[in-house]
Ligand binder design. Structure first.
Ligand code: MG
Length: 392
């Protein structure tokens, strides 16, 4: 096996990639994963992330995270951990930048509404290829495999197996079985047969969680829905707030918040590095295929950090994601999505995706079209077709 500078034996080595769905001559100066990353950055779906909600609607403020800035933060955290562990930074970056491409407008409210609409529109689950409702991980894969239209010879971005493996983070067994039927590359196989994705993919999952826990505290305080003092009972945050105050007793307000989050982020990064190193050593894995054969992921927090991170997540769920003010907005957003879905199916000529796509059902074409929308385009389209503005 050829050596690749800086890569550990268990990393994803570019020359050992399982390849692309459509064979292509590779670039002379870039590795396959660099090329995947570059294709993702140039895609239409990537540019749309800037106008898609993470938690707060895009038009609620200019400084809140969007899907784009969230994805950049995941890439930053992932790359910095990857470099220390000898993993493939380019692959981590590609997966991180693509991991949310399938998200609907309006965050999880949009996804739930679209899923409910799809299920109601297709009571007959026997319709081949069309019975999976709507799920953003599957949709992210669909974006890079089918929906992007940039290349003369194939649909999608024709990414490597490894990037696609990382993008398909979760998948139900029935969806996996169907995917295996239509896509023999085997990217869904592990959800049926067991096994793990690459360490780079495992790392992106954890970097995603670290990123949103931290930036949702920041955005929550910025919005006024959370306060620094209101987080005294969240052990993970409180620990770093105390550390920040020990070092800088007069620190308050925004700088106290940022310093606490900064300390929390670096401690979590070191925790992942130490804990993962230990797992790597104990498991003795010496190649990506040995990583894939394991039932349990090797990248992770220590049990103590995992428990505290989980507690923080629950706190954010109760106090931010389910805050009445957030819920009020997300309920309106869900109405925009489900009413748009019905309106397009009633008036197919208004939906360019139904007109253009003959290979999928009208419901799937509408779901693809709505999922691709930015928040403001969805609001505008809803107003155009319904005559009502739910976000005046
Ligand atoms: Mg994410």
């Amino acid at each position: 096996m050829r050596n690749f500078p800086g890569l550990a034996p268990y990393a994803a080595h570019p020359y050992a990639s399982r390849g692309r769905r459509f064979p292509e001559p590779e670039a002379p100066t870039r590795s396959v994963f660099q090329r995947d990353r570059d294709r993702i950055i140039h895609s239409t779906a990537f540019r749309r992330l800037v106008y898609k909600t993470q938690v707060f609607l895009n038009h609620e403020g200019d400084l809140f995270r969007t899907r784009l800035t969230h994805s950049l933060e995941v890439a930053q955290l992932g790359r910095s951990i990857a470099r220390t562990l000898g993993l493939n930074e380019d692959l981590v970056e590609a997966i991180a930048l693509a991991h949310d491409l399938g998200h609907t407008p309006f965050g999880h409210a949009g996804q739930d509404a679209l899923n409910a609409s799809m299920r109601a529109a297709q009571p007959d689950k026997a319709v081949a290829g069309d019975d999976w409702g709507f799920e953003h991980n599957l949709q992210s894969l669909r974006v890079v495999d089918e929906l992007e239209e940039r290349y003369p010879l194939f649909d999608g971005l024709n990414l490597t197996f490894e990037t696609r493996e990382g993008i398909l983070k979760h998948c139900s067994r029935s969806n996996a079985e169907r995917l295996i039927g239509t896509d023999p590359s085997g990217v869904a196989r592990r959800f049926v047969e067991g096994g793990s994705p690459s360490l780079e993919a495992q790392l992106c999952n954890l970097a995603d969680e670290i990123a949103y826990n931290a930036h949702d505290i920041d955005d929550g305080v910025r919005s006024g829905l959370l306060t620094i003092d209101g987080m005294n009972d969240v052990p993970l945050f409180d620990r770093y707030r105390r550390q920040a105050l020990d070092a800088h007793p007069t620190l308050k307000g925004r700088r106290l918040l940022f310093e606490s989050i900064r300390l929390m982020l670096s401690d979590q990064v070191y925790d992942v590095i130490d804990c993962t190193r230990q797992h790597l050593e104990t498991s003795g894995v010496a190649s990506i295929d040995e990583v894939r054969a394991l039932r349990k992921p090797l990248v992770g927090f220590t049990p103590d950090m995992a428990a505290q991170s989980h507690a923080l997540k629950q706190f954010l769920f109760r106090n931010l994601y389910r805050h009445p003010q957030v819920m009020e907005t997300t309920e309106r957003a869900a109405r925009v999505v489900s009413e748009l879905f019905t309106l397009y199916l009633e008036r197919p000529s208004e939906c360019p995706a139904i007109v253009a796509q003959s290979s999928v059902s009208p419901a799937r074409a509408v779901a693809d079209y709505i999922a691709g929308m930015t928040d403001r385009f969805a609001i505008r389209e809803h107003q155009r077709l319904s005559g009502r503005n739910l976000f005046p």
